[in-house]
Design a protein around this ligand. Structure first.
Ligand SMILES: [Zn+2]
Ligand SMILES: [Zn+2]
Length: 431
């Protein structure tokens, strides 16, 4: 017998944390924080109590909603942390940055360092044992180093997808199926929404870029540092633009880290060429906007980072020189982030953060006249990919987590004959 406890990501997106108990041992899968912006800002933690005993933690990928809490877990429960080596390096980058943005996170720089030192990097496909628990990580196709966890516990076989993409992208070959499991714990981000084909999205995105450049403007891509920056660099390289492509912010460091782990990339040579094709912005941030160019900059939801600096510079250029430019979003923006405000109301707020009092003082809104576009290169499985994956995994039970409407998804799955549930945070499922 085994117990599955949902500590986070139950009927929500963010702060993923799933605990497995069996054979007297406890394994935690993911320890995330609820983030407003994948690159910045924190709004919630999973539910841990001090009397819990955790024997080991798996960090399935580096995004903060899956990894951001692990220095706290390490400090509190002194357990080893397992994940792939790219995850180890990327987590260190993202958590240090999160701590810089929000100094009130419940762990210090020392805890981040000691968590990093407790991290045991393991490759895909190799089984590890903690007491009677055996686990293996498999490629999840989501971001470099991302993993689906296969766990054997209490006589049951469980697969946990964390975040995954089943279809091939420029960066990854797609998630590996863990077949014939007793339980599949699946993300549900796009459970009731279909993605348009990658080819179509790329095609339209390139049309926007070409049109803007042709009219003498700049194209700004506010982009997540890990995964999306590299994918976008590959798409842009494939179309051979004759203008400079600049990169600024954390995406640059993330790319350098990712290039160190070629085995986790579908085509490392192509990625290297794409990254080498980018021009890193130095101290003078005015250079990229002087002439027509493409700019890739963090943060993805424009809550901060150089993307915001370039947005304001391009808007000023529009007002002073009547030169129109484009802002292109390639990912999802959480409600009430600047990315969301831009797409829905053509405005942003420059916020003054006061994390000590968990308050944000909103300054006056700034109207933005730039042309705003949406071309989503999603790193998550869309609706049909989710169904295809579940069919191939052929589980006896499906547990839906990490979605805006997990009960709706579970109901759809039940209609198709699956035993599916959508637990809330705090629920325990016995199998
Ligand atoms: Zn993710
Ligand atoms: Zn996630």
């Amino acid at each position: 017998m085994a117990k599955i406890s949902i500590l986070g990501a139950g009927q929500e997106v963010g702060r993923s944390a799933i605990m497995l108990n069996g054979g007297g041992k406890t394994l935690l899968m993911d320890a995330g924080i609820k983030v407003r912006d994948q690159d910045l800002g924190v709004t919630g933690f999973p539910n841990f109590s001090h009397n819990m005993k955790i024997d080991a933690t798996l960090v399935c990928h580096a995004h903060l909603d899956h990894s951001g809490y692990f220095p706290f877990i390490n400090k509190e429960f002194h357990c080893p942390i397992f994940g792939t080596t790219p995850t180890q390096s990327l987590v260190e980058l993202l958590i240090n940055d999160a701590k810089k943005v929000d100094p009130t996170l419940p762990f210090g720089r020392d805890d981040i360092e000691s968590a990093y030192n407790s991290f045991i990097g393991i490759p895909y496909g190799l089984e590890h044992t903690i007491g009677d628990i055996r686990f293996t990580l498999h490629d999840a196709g989501h971001i470099p180093g991302s993993a689906i966890a296969e766990v054997k516990i209490g006589g049951k076989r469980i697969a946990y997808t964390s975040d995954f993409k089943y279809e091939e992208t420029r960066l990854h070959t797609g998630a590996k199926v863990v077949a014939d499991v007793d339980v599949l714990i699946t993300e549900s981000t796009y459970a009731r929404r279909e993605h348009r084909s990658r080819k179509d999205v790329e095609h339209e995105m390139i049309k926007t870029v070409k049109k803007t450049l042709h009219e003498g403007g700049n194209v700004l891509f506010p982009t997540f540092a890990v995964g999306r920056t590299q994918e976008l660099a590959m798409v842009l390289k494939a179309y051979n633009f004759n203008v400079p492509i600049y990169i600024d912010g954390m995406g640059r460091t993330a790319s350098e880290i990712i290039l160190n782990y070629p085995r986790y990339i579908k085509n490392p040579g192509e990625l290297k060429a794409a990254i080498n094709n980018l021009i890193a912005v130095g101290k003078d941030k005015t250079i990229p906007t002087r002439k027509p160019s493409i700019i890739i900059a963090t943060s993805g939801m424009m809550e901060g980072g150089p993307a915001l600096t370039y947005l304001l510079a391009l808007d000023k250029k529009l007002k002073e020189q009547e030169q129109q430019s484009s802002v292109v979003f390639t990912g999802y923006c959480v409600e009430e982030t600047n990315g969301w405000f831009l797409q829905n109301k053509q405005m942003i707020y420059l916020k003054e953060r006061n994390f000590k009092h968990k308050k944000e003082k909103k300054a006056k809104p700034i109207q933005i006249g730039l042309s705003i576009h949406n071309h989503h290169l999603s790193a998550h499985a869309g609706e049909h990919e989710l169904y295809d994956y579940i069919e191939k995994a052929s589980p006896d039970k499906v547990i839906c987590v990490h979605g805006d409407d997990t009960p709706g998804f579970a109901a759809d799955l039940q209609e198709k004959g699956y035993n599916a549930v959508a637990p809330k945070n705090g629920e325990i499922i016995e199998i």
